[in-house]
Write a protein that binds this ligand. Sequence first.
Ligand code: PLP
Length: 372
Amino acid sequence: MRIETLAVHAGRKSDPATGAVAAPIHLSTTFERGADGDYPHGYVYSRSSNPNRVALEIAIAAVEGGGEAAAFSSGLAASLAIFQALSPGDRVVVAADTYHGLTKLVRELVVGWGIHADFIDMTDLEQLRNALKRTAKLVWIETPSNPLLKITDIRKVAELARAAGATCVCDNTWSPIIQRPLDLGVDLVVHSTTKYFGGHSDITGGAVVTRESNELFEKIKNIQGTGGAIPSPFDCWLVHRGIQTLPWRMRAHCANASRLAEFLQEHEKVGAVHYPGLTNDTGHHVAAAQMTAFGGMMSFEVKGGRDAALKVAARTKLFVRATSLGGVESLIEHRASVKGEDPRTPPGLLRLSVGLEHAEDLIEDLDQALTA
Ligand code: PLP
């Protein structure tokens, strides 16, 4: 089946009790046992398993090209479960420009459990080769990176990790459907389903997807059920509904973003545009080999630095000034004021999550905000 068909049908079935075509939301926390003491429907208690979560996990695994998935209450809860599956003394190698919340999670929580973490530039394979000279359990990548959209060569990183006996994890939050890390050799994919999967800025969730069930994934499943960082049945239902339109939404996000990147590149008030779809972007070549489209996220640097950038963000009328990404509405964010002082976040940089409005309306909005 093609991805559009999978997205509509994976995990979906009409309700056998009523014939309802849209799945009911199973709020029940507990499930009735048979007279023989068995659980005839396979469900016992909602923390360990719930029909909406099972359906969602089937759909996430299907559209990500994986064997199984585990859904969590947020993207960071999903990420944390992967680190919780490690042991004291283990070493992890993490991309230095991964989502800043993940960096904080590793530095403030994970290293406190006796796990060693090295942060490196994953776009520089020499740095990875050096880092893997010492035993590592895990290599963590995120591509395109945030907020400079640097591209990591997934296939090459996965190969190096495999040769070193390390599990390779890719945060694919920015690129569902258009980038399939499991096909490129990665072992686990993590998603913040808060973003494109949900797609409407109204749920917080996360997921871990594995190519195949194995000991590590069983540990993660155990952490999900025993640790209890699970999404509610309603949140599962919302994400599952979002998945049904995900391939089509991604197509429109990518098409709009390409138009905006080309427009911004020519604008006299713009110093640099970071978007891997631009043929002159440093990551374009690798991105073209591992993505089928270049995503709905981009950033650009306003000439005049921080104050000029803040003024542009203040003048937009359609773009909403807010963090996060992947919703139907376009967002604009002055990233340095969220992340604080960081050499990887230029003070004049604005990050865009390009939504599903008409591209011409978005271009007109940016143009008036830049030239006013
Ligand atoms: N990964 C990426 C790439 C993100 O952008 C985010 C959130 O912005 C997360 C993970 C964390 O997801 P959540 O906010 O659902 O915990």
